[in-house]
Design a protein around this ligand. Structure first.
Ligand code: FAD
Length: 422
C-alpha cells in the first residue's frame, strides 16, 4: 500500500498519479474468522483497526451489507466535542477527542479534523448556571471549556441574530475550543485502509441475513455471500441493532430506532468559523460551514420510530425556522440537499458497549447524536472488550443491565424516553 507523504504526492504529480495503489483490498469472505464484526460504519471499522493494531490479532473480518460509510458514518453533521459530564461518558469522550487530535497521523490519512471550537449558546441567564456546572466538571477533569459573553460572541460571530426581539435571545455561550469537525467519509476510508494494511478483511455487499446459535453461543452467520463461522462476533450496526438482536433470538433491547435528518445549502463564501449549537425550550439546532462552503445543519430526530433512511417535512420546517431565527441572513441561501440516517436511541441517551447473554457475542450500540465524535474511543474500548473479554472500567456501566441496577447515564436529565435525549 502506498503511504501518503509529501514525497509521494510530489512524485505522483510528475508521473500522472500512476503510483498510487488500491486503498483497501476487496477479498472474498473466508469460511472462518477469529472475529467477525458486523457493520462497516465508523465503529465497526475503528474496532477492527484497534483489534489488529493494539492486540496484534490477524484473522478478522468486517462484514457490511452496503458500502463502508454508507450508513450514519457518511450521513452525520460531523460535529466532534467532548462536553459530557457524567462518569463514564466524561472519560470516554475525552479519550475520543484526544484520539481525534492525532488521528490523521495515526491512520496516515487526512481526516480533515478541524478544531474550530464548539459554541453552545445559552438563551437565559439561568441556563448559564446549568451549563457552567458541566463546563466546570470538564475543566476539573483535564478538558477545556470557557464562557463567552454576549459581546464576545457578537465580535466573533457577527451574523447571529442579536436583535432585542430575537426568538432566541443570545445571552452568552459555553465554548470548547478543542472541539470541531472532521470529514466523515475520510474517517471511514482512513480506518478501512489502515485496518486492511494490518490484514483485516473488509467485505462489502455482505449482509447478515440470519444467525445460527446454540444456547450459549453464536455458531455461524448466514450472509448474502455465504455462511461464516467465527470464534467471536461483534455487532456494530447502529440503527439496525434491534434487527440483529432479534435474528440472534435475544428478545428486545432498551433501544428505539429513530430518523435523524441533516441539511446542506449551496456553497457560499466563508461565513461561519465555528460550530454553533443551541438547545432550548423544545428547539434544537446545530450549524457549521463545510470546507466546500455549504452550511451544514440539523436539529432533532423525527419523533417517531422507523428504519427508513428518509426524513419528513415537519422537521425540515422546524430546522429551517431555527436556522432563520439564529442567522436571518441564511434566508437567501438555497437548501441543496437533506437526508436522514437511523440512530439507535437508548433509554438514557448513552451507549452500550458490553458482553451479552451469549458467550461469544459483543454489543456496540445506542449511538445517537454523539456517535461520530465517539468513534475513535468506541473502536479502542470495544477492541479492548473483545480481546480481553471484560470491559475496561471506563465503560463498565455502559452495559444492558444498568437500568436494573438503577444506573442512568442521562446527560440531559430527560428521563427514560429515548426520543428526548437530544
Ligand atoms: C443526520 C445525522 C447527523 C449526525 N450528526 C452527528 C454529529 O454531528 N456528531 C456526532 O458525533 N454524531 C452524529 N451523528 C451520529 C453518528 O453519525 C452515529 O451515531 C454513528 O455514525 C453510528 O455509528 P456507525 O458509524 O458505526 O454507524 P453506521 O455508519 O450506520 O454503521 C452501521 C453499519 O451496519 C451496517 N449493517 C446494518 N445491518 C447489517 C447487516 N444485517 N449486515 C451487515 N451490515 C449491516 C449498515 O449498512 C451500516 O453501514 C449523526 C447521525 C445522523 C443520522
Amino acid at each position: 500500500m502506498t503511504q501518503f507523504s509529501a514525497w509521494n504526492v510530489i512524485k505522483n504529480g510528475f508521473n500522472g498519479q500512476k503510483g498510487w495503489s488500491r486503498q483497501w483490498r476487496d477479498p472474498e469472505p473466508k469460511a472462518n474468522y477469529d472475529i467477525v464484526i458486523v457493520g462497516g460504519g465508523l465503529h465497526g471499522l475503528a474496532t477492527a483497526y484497534y483489534l489488529a493494531k493494539n492486540f496484534h490479532l490477524k484473522n478478522i473480518a468486517v462484514v457490511e451489507k452496503g458500502w463502508i460509510g454508507g450508513g450514519n458514518a457518511g450521513r452525520n453533521t460531523t460535529i466532534i466535542r467532548s462536553n459530557y459530564m457524567l462518569k463514564g461518558n466524561r472519560e470516554f469522550y475525552e479519550a475520543s477527542l484526544t484520539l481525534w487530535e492525532n488521528l490523521s497521523h495515526e491512520l496516515n490519512y487526512n481526516v480533515m479534523f478541524s478544531q474550530r471550537a464548539h459554541i453552545g449558546l445559552y438563551h437565559t441567564p439561568n441556563a448559564l448556571d446549568a451549563a457552567a456546572r458541566r463546563y466546570n466538571i470538564m475543566r476539573q477533569t483535564g478538558s477545556d471549556g470557557e464562557i463567552w459573553s454576549r459581546n464576545t460572541i457578537k465580535k466573533k460571530i457577527p451574523h447571529l441574530n442579536f436583535a432585542d426581539d430575537a426568538r432566541f435571545p443570545i445571552h452568552g455561550a459555553l465554548v470548547q475550543k478543542r472541539a470541531g469537525t472532521a470529514r466523515h467519509d475520510a474517517v471511514a476510508w482512513g480506518y478501512a485502509r489502515a485496518a486492511d494494511m494490518l490484514g483485516v478483511d473488509i467485505i462489502q455487499q455482505c449482509e447478515v441475513t440470519s444467525i445460527k446459535r446454540s444456547a450459549q453461543k453464536i455458531s455461524s452467520l448466514h450472509t448474502s455471500r455465504g455462511e461464516i463461522t467465527a470464534n467471536k462476533v461483534a455487532f456494530a450496526v447502529a440503527g439496525n441493532t434491534s434487527r440483529l438482536w432479534q435474528m440472534a433470538e435475544l428478545g428486545n433491547l432498551p433501544i428505539e430506532s429513530h430518523k435523524l435528518q441533516a441539511f446542506v445549502t449551496e456553497p457560499i463564501k466563508p461565513l461561519l468559523d465555528h460550530v454553533v449549537v443551541f438547545g432550548v425550550a423544545g428547539a434544537h439546532f446545530y450549524i457549521s460551514q463545510s470546507d466546500k462552503g455549504g452550511m451544514v445543519f440539523g436539529g432533532d430526530i423525527d419523533w417517531y420510530k422507523s428504519y427508513a433512511q428518509k426524513g419528513n417535512l415537519p422537521i425540515v420546517q422546524d430546522v429551517a425556522e431555527c436556522a432563520l431565527s439564529l442567522m436571518p441572513c441564511l434566508g437567501r441561501v438555497k437548501l441543496l440537499r437533506h437526508w436522514s440516517g437511523v440512530v439507535d436511541m437508548s433509554m438514557d441517551g448513552s451507549f452500550f458497549m458490553c458482553k451479552t447473554p451469549l458467550d461469544n457475542l459483543y454489543l456496540n450500540a445506542g449511538w445517537n447524536y454523539g456517535g461520530f465524535e465517539a468513534s475513535p474511543a468506541s473502536g479502542w474500548y470495544f477492541a479492548d472488550l473483545i480481546a480481553n473479554d471484560r470491559p475496561d472500567k471506563v465503560i463498565q456501566n455502559h452495559d444492558l443491565d444498568r437500568f436494573r441496577r438503577g444506573v442512568h447515564i442521562d446527560e440531559r436529565g430527560a428521563g427514560s424516553d429515548p426520543k428526548l435525549h437530544g
